[in-house]
Design a binder for this molecule. Structure first.
Ligand SMILES: [Zn+2]
Length: 375
């Protein structure tokens, strides 16, 4: 291996760390803001519950005042009834008294209703208060953690940035410019050559280019422009695969598997990507990863129905079905970037899938290359 290439590898690693740290540093305040928003929501619920208690108390006082007023009226009618001259007048007063008593009962019912409601109101105030207390404690904790994390990240970022600068000064400026240009638009600037192929873009190298890479010359891939390197320890022994009777074929992905991986050579502005679909009982989800660096692109998308029906626009002619099966917990543990080992396995499987299809093509000359659709 050439030392220039090794320097570029270190530089690529530094770039990756710098990118990850910068992203984490910017994401932390968003996380805190999200909790603060939740806190404001709980505070609004508490204020609402307290306002409702106050309104109920005011209503109760009003009913009590009305009752007092009605009782005053009743005793006035009673006094009057002692002085009436006719039976009609007496009956009329008695009627008024009954009427007022009815009204008092109605007011009392309303007070009782309010008292029952007050118990519920009190409970919701208490619950909101507890919630607010918990959330306040949580946000303080999150803020402290975010501060600590940011401080650690910033220190690491400074270290990596210094290392990066150091590394850059040791690399030939022309080579560095080529590397950084391709890194910028492809996410990585280096690619390993194995089996005469550029592993990043899977394009076969011309024999002369291949020999140059093997001899340690700095050469770019003619297809993806990445700087190529060759690691003799990783090169498989050239096996006579085509006519070998015991050539082990790559396991075909099962069409009804609940999880399906696909490679797509182009996906809008993202270029080459890996897609993974997971069928649930009634829904399916989609995740997208950058083919070269394994970083997750965008959010998880969930739709109704099986993925074959839910995401028809993703199952294009040129997509290639890959082998891979991971449970939900593993996806969670990856975070925003799949582990290199997983990415390497998927790359290797793509390579195997292409080898399979080229064997197929060798045997049946004019047939199109089979794309391994599950549907
Ligand atoms: Zn390439």
């Amino acid at each position: 291996m050439v030392s220039d290439v090794q320097k570029l590898m270190h530089l690529q690693e530094a770039d990756r760390h710098i990118l990850r740290l910068k992203e984490e540093i910017t994401s932390l305040p968003h996380k805190v803001a999200a909790i603060e928003q939740k806190l404001a929501g709980t505070r609004a619920i508490l204020d609402g519950a307290k306002a409702a208690v106050k309104a109920d108390e005011a209503a109760r006082r009003k009913h009590e005042a009305t009752i007092q007023e009605l009782q005053g009226k009743i005793s006035k009618y009673r006094d009057q009834s002692l002085e009436v001259k006719t039976n009609e007048q007496y009956k009329a007063l008695l009627h008024e008294i009954q009427f007022a008593e009815q009204d008092i009962r109605a007011q009392e019912d309303k007070i009782l209703e309010l008292m029952l409601k007050a118990e519920i109101r009190e409970k919701s105030v208490k619950a909101a208060e507890v919630e607010l207390k918990d959330e306040t404690a949580e946000i303080e904790k999150e803020k402290a953690e975010a501060r600590e994390r940011t401080a650690v990240d910033e220190k690491e970022l400074a270290d990596w940035t210094a290392q990066r600068e150091q590394l850059r000064t040791g690399i030939d400026p022309d080579l560095l410019r080529r590397f950084e240009r391709v890194s910028r638009f492809r996410g990585s600037g280096l690619s390993e050559v194995r089996g005469q192929k550029c592993l990043a873009c899977q394009v076969m190298l011309r024999p002369q280019t291949y020999n140059e890479v093997k001899s340690g010359k700095i050469v770019e891939c003619e297809s993806c422009q990445r700087i190529l390197f060759f690691d003799p320890t990783k090169e498989e022994a050239p096996a006579p695969v085509i006519n070998a009777p015991h050539h082990r074929r790559r396991p075909r992905p099962k069409s009804d598997a609940p999880q399906a991986w696909f490679y797509r050579p182009s996906y809008g502005e993202c270029g080459e990507v890996l897609l993974v679909f997971n069928n649930d009982s009634s829904t399916s989800s989609r995740r997208i990863y950058d083919f070269h660096n394994g970083r997750e692109i965008g959010d998880i998308l969930v739709r109704e129905g099986k993925y074959t029906l839910a995401f028809p626009e993703d199952l294009t002619e040129d997509s290639i079905r890959l082998n891979g099966s991971f449970d939900e917990a593993e996806f969670e543990s990856w975070g925003a970037e799949m582990p290199m080992t997983v990415l390497d396995n998927l790359h290797a499987d793509l390579h195997a899938a292409r080898t399979d299809s080229s064997h197929h093509r060798d045997k049946h000359h004019d047939e199109p290359i089979p794309t391994e659709h599950s549907a």
